[in-house]
Design a protein around this ligand. Structure first.
Ligand code: ADP
Ligand code: MG
Length: 263
């Protein structure tokens, strides 16, 4: 849309929202272990309504576990996580509703292979939100149009490119009308020429005020869309700052070292 290369960290004015609402996702003293491994270490994080938070850090630092904990795909040992003022439910209908409120877009596209693109998008709204089929389909077509794959509705995932599939995955998350969307390295499995088309959709969401937590090493995207960058290492939040400050003047040795490797 803007013709800007979002994989280039040196470009573009920020579209990060300036007017943020109140706390939407709140993690307070969260700890998690895998056996002996202390994978989330006393994580305190508040993401406000409309905020775009980019999470970066070395492989194995706990970024995916953090996302999974927020969606309750992982349980935590202590501390608390709340969404919109409510603690995460542990089971049943409440949990299904939580997963609808907290959209997730993964590295691998995770579409249902044996359902059409349209069915992939309408399934959640029909089952979880109890949206009538025709309404869900009309809304799905709007969303496919919004992410630029309107004419793929009746195809199957394998017939689409990786970039198209990932845009469908974003449309599927949006169809649930989530309060926040978590993105876990959404472009890292894509061929390079498809990265930008997915980042552009994400920038548009940011511009429209969607609350987003985005694990990515795409610094062009962070510069353009993030209000805040969180740097994780060894399960802890080591540093956080606005993207300009973080990328030009990181404070910790860990962050300097990491940026030196990826820049
Ligand atoms: P990141 O996304 O930052 O690469 P992860 O959250 O995937 O990091 O993993 C953090 C650490 O937890 C890594 O050391 C990883 O090997 C370990 N880990 C992740 N999932 C599991 C699991 N299900 N069982 C045991 N260890 C795990
Ligand atoms: Mg990960």
């Amino acid at each position: 849309d803007n013709g800007v290369d979002l994989t280039d960290p040196t470009v573009g004015d920020s579209v990060a929202p300036r007017q943020l609402g109140g706390p939407l996702v709140v993690l307070d003293g969260v700890n998690k272990y895998f056996g002996q491994l202390h994978v989330l270490q006393d994580i305190n994080l508040t993401v406000n309504q409309g905020e775009v938070v980019v999470v970066i850090g070395p492989s194995g630092s706990g970024k995916s576990t953090l996302c999974r904990a927020i969606n309750r795909l992982e349980t935590i040992k202590d501390g608390s996580i709340s969404i919109d003022g409510k603690p995460l439910p542990s089971e049943g209908k409440e949990l299904a509703r939580l997963r609808a409120d907290v959209g997730m877009v993964f590295q691998a596209f995770n579409l249902f292979a044996h359902k059409t693109i349209l069915e992939n998008i309408t399934l959640g709204p029909i089952k979880v939100r109890r949206t009538p089929k025709r309404t869900a389909e009309a809304r799905a077509r709007e969303l496919l149009d919004r992410v630029g794959v309107a004419n793929q509705a009746d195809k199957y995932p394998a017939q689409l490119s990786g970039g198209q599939q990932q845009r469908v995955a974003i449309a599927r998350a949006l169809a649930m009308e989530p309060k926040v969307i978590l993105f876990d390295e959404p472009t890292s499995a894509l061929d390079p020429e498809m990265v930008n088309e997915v980042l552009e959709v994400m920038v548009d969401l940011a511009r429209q005020g969607m609350t987003m937590i985005v694990v990515t090493h795409e610094m062009g995207f962070a510069r353009k869309a993030a209000n805040r960058v969180i740097f994780m290492a060894d399960g802890a939040i080591v540093e956080e700052a606005d993207p300009d400050t973080f990328f030009t003047a990181p404070k910790s040795e860990r962050a300097k070292d990491f940026l030196g490797k990826i820049l």
